[in-house]
Design a protein around this ligand. Structure first.
Ligand SMILES: *[C@@H]1O[C@H](CO)[C@@H](O)[C@H](O)[C@H]1NC(C)=O
Ligand SMILES: *[C@@H]1O[C@H](CO)[C@@H](O)[C@H](O)[C@H]1NC(C)=O
Ligand SMILES: *[C@@H]1O[C@H](CO)[C@@H](O)[C@H](O)[C@H]1NC(C)=O
Length: 501
């Protein structure tokens, strides 16, 4: 009797549980999008169009998430991604003075050279969301408008001079300042200019005033400046250079043009690099289509906008929405409703999750090793030359894109590094110990943070009894050989031309 009662009780309990679980699944499908937050991280805002179709990230299966929430596993559950926090970092809105570890080294060391790769500053979107009003952003520079900078007025006048400037052909036809009342697609904004005036000022304080990197009578031989062919990269580089060397003499500036966003110079032929990029795009695509919440969000947004879902996705809406977000302009509305912060959070969360999966799968890492070798090789060679007392530019500036910096971070092994924000800077410093003729060291800094000992080649550097420095030869041998070990190769050429397996 007692046994039978217990049995019935268990049966009832099981039925109840089954019912609860079913209804939970049912309701979860119908939860409003606003309750189903997922985060998306950066996509490849500036990848070639070919990539954009695959650029929306994976999404997470909501059912699976729900189960996770019922049985949380503190050991495997990833730390929560916060899409709004991350989006704010990405905007990099000029405000508080930031801390920076550039130029920090033991006092007896001498700084020999600095090479910086920057991402252009804040820009207008590259794509418009169809059938909606474009964000109203003014790209005419106006020092009385915020955000501003003490050098902005002088920078504007300096840019209008400089007829003697030497630039590679296609750059000389670009405007030196943003100049449209309503920004054009991809145009640098005043925010973007101010971000780089700040970068230049910060580097000036440390490298010129404190470490006297450039002699007073510096010439064109001391300076290297290379930019891709977009007005936003050239203007960003000029803004940084202007506050780094206020009122510089245009005759001493020689701006080189780089046609490739990965700065591969004359070493661009690399079939395996393309192979890994395609594999990575496939991964991205399958990660995205798994994300049913993301899919629903796009469908919902497409309804609001009144275009087919495919067309909405193709317009890469996160790139546009980030502009609204960074400039505190409300998201677009139509007669069917408004795009809102919840849509934004879902796509941004997906980008963040995609970044994580990208690191785990390593396809992007392999792409990155091959994509960045030419630029890292040039960086290391310049250091090596200077260390050997040969000629070399003591300050080099590469004005570039997210798709330039992101693979460098990956190939250096900087797994924790965030996707490059607007006006991101990646700096390589070369130091020398005058008491020890042969000792040269590198430091690597990302947005002012010292990441030298997070790189794959200096992660296990022995701790020197007195100080903790990364020898130049570790960096050089990584770039010349070890980079290719994951392809079972010892050279760039071999790794690039392996038989596809
Ligand atoms: C953003 O815009 C809203 C409404 O237009 C305003 O109340 C708020 O102060 C703005 N925030 C910032 C940081 O400018
Ligand atoms: C690497 O740098 C050296 C020295 O500048 C150069 O001779 C060589 O061609 C470069 N190789 C690649 C693949 O970039
Ligand atoms: C590299 O070589 C090892 C041993 O010969 C082999 O097991 C591995 O699969 C190879 N890896 C690649 C990427 O070819």
């Amino acid at each position: 009797m007692l046994l039978r009662n217990k049995f019935l009780l268990l049966l009832a309990l099981a039925a109840l549980l089954a019912f609860l679980s079913l209804s939970l699944q049912f309701f979860s499908r119908w939860l409003p999008v606003s309750l189903q937050l997922k985060t998306e991280m950066q996509s490849f805002p500036e990848l070639p169009v070919r990539l954009i179709s695959g650029a929306q990230r994976r999404e997470e299966d909501f059912g699976a998430k729900n189960r996770k929430r019922i049985m949380p596993d503190p050991l495997t559950e990833p730390p929560a991604l916060d899409p709004i926090y991350e989006a704010n970092l990405y905007c990099n809105t000029p405000g508080v003075k930031e801390k920076s570890m550039e130029g920090h080294a033991p006092p007896n060391l001498k700084l020999l050279s600095v090479q910086a790769v920057i991402r252009h500053g804040d820009r207008y979107p590259l794509y418009a969301i169809p059938k909606t009003k474009r964000p109203d952003i003014d790209c005419l520079l106006e020092p009385s408008r915020k955000p501003s900078h003490p050098y902005l007025q002088d920078f504007i006048s300096h840019m209008s001079r400089g007829l003697e400037a030497q630039m590679d052909g296609s750059l000389s036809s670009l405007p030196r300042l943003p100049n449209h009342r309503l920004c054009e697609m991809g145009e640098l904004t005043q925010t973007g200019v101010v971000q780089h005036l700040k970068n230049g000022q910060l580097l000036r304080e440390i490298y010129l005033k404190k470490h006297r990197l450039l002699p007073k009578d510096w010439t064109a031989q001391h300076l290297y400046f290379e930019s891709t062919g977009k007005s936003r990269t050239m203007q960003s580089g000029l803004a940084l250079l202007y506050s780094f060397l206020p009122d510089f003499d245009w005759k001493k500036i020689n701006i080189r043009h780089q046609w490739s966003t990965i700065f591969c110079f004359n070493h661009c032929d690399c079939p395996m690099r393309n192979h890994f990029l395609e594999e990575e795009q496939r991964r991205q695509y399958s990660f995205r289509v798994k994300n049913s919440l993301l899919e629903k969000t796009y469908i919902n947004m497409a309804k609001i906008v009144g275009v087919p879902t495919r067309q909405l996705k193709a317009s890469n809406p996160i790139d546009s929405l980030l502009c609204n977000f960074c400039h505190n302009v409300s998201f677009p509305c139509t007669k069917n409703g408004c795009i809102d912060l919840e849509h934004f959070k879902v796509i941004k969360t997906h980008q963040l999750e995609d970044e994580k999966e990208r690191h785990e799968k390593q396809l992007y890492f392999k792409y990155a090793l091959l994509a960045t070798h030419p630029l890292l090789n040039q960086t290391a060679s310049r250091m090596q030359n200077i260390a050997e007392g040969k000629k070399g530019e003591v300050f080099a500036l590469y004005s570039a894109h997210d798709v330039t910096i992101s693979p460098i971070l990956s190939s250096l092994g900087l797994k924790e590094a965030r996707f490059p924000r607007f006006a991101a800077r990646l700096v390589f410093e070369l130091w020398h110990d005058p008491d020890k003729k042969k000792e040269h060291y590198v430091r690597i800094l990302y947005n002012g943070e010292d990441v030298t000992f997070q790189t794959s080649f200096c992660r296990n550097a022995q701790r020197n009894s007195k100080r903790f420095l990364c020898p130049l030869k570790k960096f050089s041998s990584y770039v010349q050989k070890e980079m290719f070990f994951s392809f079972n190769s010892t050279s760039y050429y071999d790794a690039c031309h392996q038989r596809l397996f």
